[in-house]
Design a protein around this ligand. Structure first.
Ligand code: SF4
Ligand code: SF4
Length: 431
């Protein structure tokens, strides 16, 4: 990985245009919550430009503003000038990571979590098994009931309910390395099983593989895959992010595949843009291939004309647009097409369906208060639909929404679009 990351260069005329515009402000959650110009896309662009030109130092206040941004990219959708805000904020975080040494505590957490766990899938699986024992033994229930975490710190108390429910079995225990097409083979695809998706949503990986096989795809699910690298990239570690892409790429026979299927919005957005992020890198040929072959599962199914299910599910569902699917990958209609293809399903659109739920990677851990404010807003909009199922295509959103559902003490289910389709194919009503 030989790319040298510097602060993004923002031309003067662009900033001038921004000053007369401001169309992104009403769609920016951090601006709407605070009404502070510096917490808006335009304000941040101005700050980043000043720092990149050496007119302002890389101060703690500047760093705080860049981390306060959700990287939800709603501003990209709103911007008539087509500003690639996601690139600007991410390159800024990389530049900060290169030029500022983090304090001991955050440096250690970063090293342990990102390099120690998310870069090593087997280690992550081991820790996940310990978490499952904690969750199944009743200790988690006691902790939440008696507020034991709160005795140590308020932060620990706040984030305790956000721990994802760990699956009994992970992807490699549920799926073979090769799942042949049911019937004629028309496509050959690889399935990215991910990090969080593997330990907390292995059922979504199973649904993805089975749905693909039923749609005439040979599915390759190589072992030794791991995190796509997006968590490292979003946290400023571009070197490890690139490493993760290359490690995963080596497990696939890229040239033989029609597509690499991704069922987590954040991972898909990152991989699709990785060719631009790492352009000029010595491994760019491999990265270009990964970027061009990456497809979101809903996008791919719609492109190949997936088989319409016949089972009538009789369910009222609402759809939450994950930021990195709607704003990052510009995919909005494909998941809805899948939902609406199922007989008996009534899709009830919620207000602000593409407004961030507050999950945003690790934002609900680093900025818990703001994340919960956004979650309350989202849950209010969901409640107004009266739906019994929330459909969403990103593990982070599913974890955050599950917490929202548990706070409201109702029994709403949260499903990935492909899980709903798999349920319809299987002829299950789910009631
Ligand atoms: S990415 Fe989201 S939070 Fe950040 S400036 Fe854009 S709209 Fe605001
Ligand atoms: S919408 Fe685009 S051009 Fe307008 S202020 Fe926001 S970033 Fe600048």
């Amino acid at each position: 990985m030989d790319k040298i990351n510097l602060f993004p260069k923002i031309p003067d005329d662009f900033l001038l245009q921004c000053m007369h515009c401001g169309m992104c402000l009403p769609s920016c959650p951090t601006y709407v919550l605070t009404k502070r110009e510096r917490s808006s896309p335009r304000g941040r662009i101005r700050l980043i430009k000043s720092v990149s030109e050496g007119k302002l130092p890389i101060s703690d206040a500047f760093i705080a503003e860049t981390t306060f941004c959700l990287d939800c990219r709603a501003c990209e959708t709103a911007c008539p000038a087509g500003v690639q805000y996601g690139r600007i904020i991410e390159e800024t975080r990389w530049a900060i990571a290169q030029q500022k040494t983090p304090d001991f505590k955050s440096g250690l957490i970063k090293k342990l979590l990102l390099n120690g766990l998310f870069a090593k899938q087997k280690r992550l699986q081991f820790v996940a098994r310990l978490i499952r024992i904690y969750q199944c033994s009743g200790i988690e229930w006691l902790n939440l009931k008696l507020n034991i975490a709160g005795l140590f710190s308020k932060k620990l108390k706040d984030i305790s309910p956000l721990a994802p429910k760990i699956n009994k079995k992970f992807t490699h225990q549920l799926l073979p390395e090769f799942l042949p097409a049911k019937g004629e083979t028309k496509f050959k695809v690889g399935l990215l099983t991910g990090c969080m998706q593997d330990i907390a949503f292995s059922d979504v990986n199973v649904a993805t593989a089975e749905v693909l096989a039923l749609n005439n795809c040979d599915v390759f699910i190589p072992r030794n895959q791991g995190c796509c690298g997006s968590v490292h990239a979003h946290s400023g570690d571009s070197k490890q992010a690139c490493q993760q892409i290359l490690q995963n790429a080596a497990t696939f026979d890229l040239d033989s595949l029609d597509a690499i299927i991704v069922n987590a919005a954040g991972c898909g957005a990152f991989l699709k843009e990785s060719d631009k992020i790492f352009s000029g890198d010595s491994d760019s040929a491999t990265i270009d291939k990964v970027a061009s072959k990456t497809k979101d599962i809903s996008e791919f199914l719609c492109e190949i004309g997936f088989k319409k299910p016949e089972e009538n599910l009789k369910l009222d569902v609402t759809y939450h647009d994950a930021c990195h699917l709607a704003h990052g990958q510009k995919i909005r209609s494909a998941p809805r097409e899948i939902i609406e293809s199922i007989p008996g399903i009534k899709l009830i659109e919620m207000e602000e369906s593409d407004w961030c739920c507050g999950s945003a990677g690790v934002y609900n851990i680093t900025h818990t208060e703001t994340a919960f404010e956004l979650l309350d807003r989202k849950m209010g909009n969901i409640a107004k639909t009266g739906a019994s199922i929330i459909v969403s295509a990103n593990p982070g959103c599913s974890i955050q929404l599950a917490y929202g559902v548990s706070k409201q003490k109702n029994d709403m289910q949260i499903l990935h679009p492909v899980s709903l389709l798999w349920r319809a194919y299987q002829g299950e009503s789910g009631n």
